[in-house]
Design a protein around this ligand. Structure first.
Ligand SMILES: Nc1ncnc2c1ncn2[C@@H]1O[C@H](COP(=O)(O)OP(=O)(O)OP(=O)(O)O)[C@@H](O)[C@H]1O
Length: 257
């Protein structure tokens, strides 16, 4: 089984049919980038993977585990209790467009918070690990800074370190550079690229075409709640077979240039 298996997922917000039978697999160690116009359902799909949103039909497995439900000895599904849900989510790190760091905590405190509170990690070990992670994202010297004292790019790198502190098997990125000043985008993409090179499985929603082209194993193009096309970056970005993909790329690339 692939690390992420999304099968025929449907998601409604009231009457609005936002995901219309989405199926997607991401193998362990692969980077899958999702592109598509605003409102096509990219963020919603990502949020469904770690059960921030409930789905109405289909299934999502991560690491072979059916997300959002438990299964009793007879194979009957039951709704998870909050603790069980938290345990299901634990191997999944998520980085949002806005960093959501705790403003009253330093960078280091933000990174150690979850391992100590959620995992019950030993304090001094968690601190040493957090320092290592801040070094990994190039912020060893900013460990004692508060979020307000960090640039957007630095704050986003702390958010990545914070997600990594939980030792995830899968990282979800939801437009991680969209809220940043253009000159800060590169430093966050560089950290993501390093992470990809280290073998992390990543599902990334972004408008960064360079990242999609150079770092992804698979590129997925979504439109109006469906996957229109997916394949290698070469297939989807250079030789797209679908007119909707071509129209989208023309628009994005003319905007970029
Ligand atoms: N919590 C919600 N309640 C109601 N409708 C929602 C909710 N979240 C998203 N939607 C709607 O679902 C659709 C898909 O939204 P989604 O954010 O997944 O798209 P997207 O492709 O990620 O777009 P963007 O690139 O602008 O973030 C949109 O029509 C949006 O308005």
């Amino acid at each position: 089984m692939a690390m992420v298996e999304i099968q025929d997922v449907h998601k409604f917000f009231g009457e609005l049919h936002v995901l219309k039978g989405v199926s997607l697999e991401v193998e362990a160690g692969e980077v899958c980038t999702i592109l598509g116009p605003s409102g096509s359902g990219k963020s919603t799909l990502l949020r469904c993977v770690n059960v921030l949103e409930e789905i109405q039909a289909g299934s999502i497995h991560v690491d072979g585990i059916l997300m959002g439900y438990g299964q009793d000895a007879e194979g009957r599904l039951y709704e998870l209790r909050p603790k069980e849900l938290a345990a299901q989510r634990a191997p999944i790190g998520m980085v949002f467009q806005r960093f959501n760091l705790f403003p009253h905590m330093t960078a280091l405190e933000n990174v150690v918070e979850a391992p100590i509170k959620v995992k019950g990690a030993n304090k001094s070990k968690a601190k040493a690990k957090a320092s290592e992670l801040l070094e990994r994202v190039g912020l060893a010297e900013r460990a004692d800074h508060y979020p307000a004292q960090l640039s957007g790019g630095q704050a986003q790198r702390v958010a990545i370190a914070r997600a990594l502190a939980m030792e995830p098997d899968l990282m979800l990125f939801d437009e991680p550079t969209s809220a940043l000043d253009p000159e800060l985008v590169g430093e966050v993409l560089a950290v993501m690229q390093d992470l990809a090179a280290s073998g992390m499985t990543m599902l990334v929603v972004t408008h960064e075409m360079g990242f999609a082209r150079e770092v992804s194993d698979t590129v997925v193009f979504m439109d109006q709640g469906s996957i229109v096309e997916s394949g290698s970056p070469e297939d989807v970005l250079v030789n797209p077979s679908n007119q909707r993909t071509r129209d989208f790329l023309d628009k994005v690339l003319s905007h970029d240039s």
